[in-house]
Design a protein around this ligand. Structure first.
Ligand SMILES: NC(=O)c1ccc[n+]([C@@H]2O[C@H](COP(=O)([O-])OP(=O)(O)OC[C@H]3O[C@@H](n4cnc5c(N)ncnc54)[C@H](OP(=O)(O)O)[C@@H]3O)[C@@H](O)[C@H]2O)c1
Length: 305
């Protein structure tokens, strides 16, 4: 069983379901990846240097017996490495490399004495993007993309871009649907990827009564409904799990659910956030305006270093 694919703007095909690996410990991720690829049919893994488990993801792929070239691997340029894109790319082995956040920061998970992150406010995102483009031209990576880019932040790179980002990876689920941002991405030929598609750890989405009712109506699991809602919107979903039964069902259940949600179900899920349930689960305390609606950032603070 393998996932259908979506064509990116450079002709590459990306499977619509990928395995997330954030918060999977190095020990867990070896088995999770080996199982996902060998037993469950995944051909797409979402990684990041900052998850501290990329080596073990590689080990999991090795143990699966499936060739690395048959797997769509994504890694992410960490906020500390905006000025050294080539060096950062020499370490992992991605097919797709994304800029993780729109912020250049100092140490890996930096905090100032006031608890906010230590950000380089003068860094130009277009300088990071031109280094990313150079990597494609050099043949070091097939596709490049972005993550956590609002329209405001995309407009900081698009006017001078010679390569349009292939994807924008965002927090997307019915509590944070970002409808206008998705419409903007469609207009630019950029595929949206959903992170935290189930609502991340201890998700209330899996217990939402609208989601439960739709699941019951079609004899599906709540997770199938959430993932199919994304796929129905041509969004690539990246559910994370280290539990074999969930790894399997997140792919197989979505494939079973494809086409089952009717127009009313989709409309109901589309409207959940506007009905008063809008919620983001992943909000690092960046002391800058990232340009998203529904995200009140902590006010910029001068460095006290
Ligand atoms: N670009 C970014 O800034 C960014 C930010 C956050 C995440 N991401 C990527 O997106 C991926 C997914 O996001 P996420 O990890 O935040 O959250 P998620 O995939 O929405 O949810 C993961 C949680 O749901 C549980 N789970 C998985 N499948 C389930 C199922 N079928 N039924 C019930 N529970 C289930 C998992 O538990 P078990 O593992 O215990 O099974 C885990 O606790 C990440 O792993 C990462 O690759 C990217």
């Amino acid at each position: 069983m393998s996932a259908p694919t979506i064509k990116l703007n450079n002709g590459e095909e990306i499977p619509v379901i990928g395995l997330g690996t954030w918060q999977s410990s190095p020990e867990q991720v070896v088995a999770a990846v080996a199982y996902a690829v060998k037993e469950a049919g995944y051909r797409h893994i979402d990684c990041a240097w900052g998850y501290n488990n990329e080596k073990e993801v590689g080990e999991g792929i090795k143990q699966s017996g499936v060739s690395r070239k048959d797997i769509f691997l994504t890694s992410k340029l960490w906020g500390t490495r905006h000025s050294e894109v080539e060096k950062a790319l020499d370490e992992p082995w991605p097919i797709l490399e994304l800029i993780t956040w729109t912020v250049r920061n100092h140490p890996a998970f930096p905090t100032l004495p006031n608890g906010l992150r230590d950000v380089d406010h003068s860094w130009k995102l277009s300088d990071t993007w031109s280094q990313m483009e150079a990597m494609v031209k050099k043949g070091k990576v097939k596709s490049i993309g972005i993550s956590n880019f609002s329209v405001k932040k995309m407009e900081e790179i698009l006017p001078t871009a010679t390569i349009i980002p292939a994807v924008n990876q965002l927090e997307l689920h019915p509590y944070n649907p970002q409808h206008e941002l998705l419409a903007y991405l469609r207009s630019k030929g950029i595929v949206a990827q959903a992170y935290s598609p189930l609502g991340s750890t201890n998700s209330p989405l899996l217990k939402d009564e609208v989601v439960l009712n739709i699941a019951q109506k079609h004899s599906l699991q709540p997770s199938d409904v959430l993932l199919e809602w994304l796929v129905a919107h041509d969004v690539v979903a990246l559910p994370k799990s280290v539990t074999p039964s969930r790894i399997a069902s997140n792919l197989a259940g979505t494939l079973t659910a494809v086409g089952k949600l009717d127009k009313e179900d989709i409309a109901e899920l589309d409207g959940l956030a506007a009905s008063g349930k809008q919620k983001r689960f992943i909000m690092p305390p960046w002391p800058v305006d990232l340009g998203f609606d529904n995200w009140t950032a902590p006010m910029p603070q001068p460095s006290t270093k």
